[in-house]
Design a protein around this ligand. Structure first.
Ligand SMILES: Cc1ncc(COP(=O)(O)O)c(C=O)c1O
Length: 399
């Protein structure tokens, strides 16, 4: 039998989908599984998306230009401009989702063995993409006791070495919901310029901001034309996870050119979904505002319920739609499996993502879970009833 490569063997399994088998078995046994493990929004996509897709007139579906449909890039630039991000269509590469944009950046900007500094806990697939591209993720640990407060610029500076190529921030953050303030961004800007590093802003949750300060884009930092790269996606903003369309945005022409050549090799992002996204980008601001208020209400419910559970530590959550939470258990992996396999409350159970997979440093996050609040308030309350009862019943509960 031919062997697989060491690289193939090193690819990590997604912690988000880790317990899928146990959840399937719970469903097969007739229990409702409240899915809090994956950032799969349930809010309706904008009507403008469906209208644009249904309005497609062709009799066959052609490849789109590898850089993306020009009309989509123009529309995206217009939307960015309205939000104070000064870019044109020539700065936008349409990608087959934010995931592809991240891989394009790692391939286009980094050599195998180069390093990228990322605060942890981090979006777990950063670790997966780095394994694909042989880039080393250097974690910078943030702690639940400090509300996952973001590291100081000195802490970032200490991690910079001869192979460091980039700092990657997720803003607002998955899985912690923290938001970088202007001063922190200014400090990162200074570091990136001083050490000639890329500053990559994964801004796919930009619209999910529950504070009264705007989320600043890395593209709004002065003098960063060659250093700032933004990753964006239709998945969360418009509940279009299955469309697989996103953007890589930068003024760095060499990186854009590398991204385009990558894009040429994979020919095209989905054409019909790009057409749909042109429609979605034209949705009124009221769509975004209503979606944000819906998630804010869910956030409030989640925080209130978790903080009322003895032994649970729920930090402040400023944005995105996740909470990383400490439970009164030794091993959250074991608890997340137990609740699916052995526990039910009103014939329901809960699927969560153990947080250990969101840390790069081994051993961290063992008593934490990530909860995605992507259920309506009623279901979320039922899921919290279930979690509360499970924590009281769990034999491995810490006293
Ligand atoms: C922080 C972050 N970045 C990027 C992505 C990738 O999104 P997509 O590939 O659906 O655009 C996700 C998805 O959950 C995410 O949470």
């Amino acid at each position: 039998m031919p062997s697989i490569s060491p690289r193939g063997a090193s690819l990590p399994a997604s912690p988000i989908r880790k317990l899928a088998g146990a959840a399937d078995r719970a469903r097969a046994a007739g229990r409702t599984v409240f899915q809090l493990n994956i950032g799969q929004p349930d809010v309706a996509s904008p009507q403008e998306f469906w209208d644009a897709v249904r309005g497609y007139q062709g009799d066959h579906l052609a490849y789109a230009h590898s850089a993306g449909l020009m009309e989509l890039r123009e529309k995206a630039a217009e939307v960015y401009q309205r939000r104070g991000i000064d870019v044109g269509p020539q700065h936008i590469q349409v990608t087959t989702s934010g995931s592809e944009a991240l891989q394009m950046i790692m391939v286009g900007a980094m050599n195998p063995g180069d390093e990228i500094i990322v605060p942890e806990p981090m979006y777990a697939n950063y670790i997966g993409f780095s394994a694909i591209t042989d880039v080393n993720v250097v974690p910078l640990t943030t702690r639940i006791e400090d509300n996952f407060r973001l590291p100081s610029s000195e802490a970032f500076a200490e991690r910079i070495g001869p192979r460091t190529k980039a700092i990657l921030i997720c803003n607002p953050g998955n899985p912690t919901g923290t938001i970088f303030d202007d001063q922190q961004l200014e400090e990162l800007r200074a570091l990136a310029l001083k050490h000639d590093l890329y500053l990559i802003g994964d801004e796919v949750y930009r619209d999910f901001n529950y504070t009264d300060k705007p989320v600043k884009s890395v593209l709004q930092l002065e003098g960063m034309e060659q250093h700032a790269v933004m990753v964006d996606s239709a998945s969360k903003r418009y509940s279009l996870c299955g469309a697989r369309v996103g953007f890589l945005v930068t003024k760095n022409e060499a990186l854009l050119d590398a991204a385009l050549r990558y894009a040429q090799a994979r020919l095209s992002s989905p054409t019909l979904e790009q057409i749909g996204l042109i429609g979605a980008l034209g949705a009124p601001d009221s769509y975004t505002e209503a979606t944000r208020e819906e998630y804010r209400a869910r956030r409030d419910t989640l925080v209130r319920r978790l903080r009322a559970m003895p032994g649970v530590l729920c930090p402040d959550i400023e944005g995105a739609f996740y909470a990383t939470v400490r439970l009164p258990v030794e091993d959250a992996d074991a608890f997340c499996l137990w609740i699916l396999e052995e526990f039910s409350h009103n014939n329901a159970t809960v699927q969560m993502a153990p947080a250990s997979g969101f840390y790069r440093t081994p051993g961290l996050g063992r008593d934490e879970v990530r909860i995605a609040y992507v259920l309506n308030n009623n279901d979320l309350n039922q899921a919290m009833d279930c979690l509360e009862a499970a924590l009281l019943a769990y034999p491995g509960r810490k006293s």
